[in-house]
Design a protein. Sequence first.
Length: 146
Amino acid sequence: LNILVMLKSSSTRKTKTTRKTSLRKSKKSTDIEVGSHTPSSSQKGSSDYCPESTDIRLKKNRESACRSRLKKKQQISHIQEEYDIMVSENTRIQQNIDCCSKRIEKLEDYNARIRKSIEYMQAQQNLILVILSHQGQAPSLSLEPL
């Protein structure tokens, strides 16, 4: 519109006036159009324009939000409790695993000592059998480990 005002020729002034008039008409028709939409919106319910119903709606929204926050806090609390239980159970299981691992190590060491002892005893037995066979006292004994 500022550009139209700066124009100096008479022909453009007519155009400017015509445009202003058409803008005014379109504003009025827009006002009418907005007014014409009012009945259709009132068909949905008159609560859109009633301040009391807006207050009721806002109050309900606040209450709903409050309930939602409380529910979320309860869920978080429940999840935190489950987490704490799982952490303690995990700690207990890890301690059990460590205990079993130590026990396995001890048993493996014990088995290794027994195997060495068996090998030593078999070697001793074989030596005794060799000695006895050289002396001729044990012809029926085998030299294989038991």
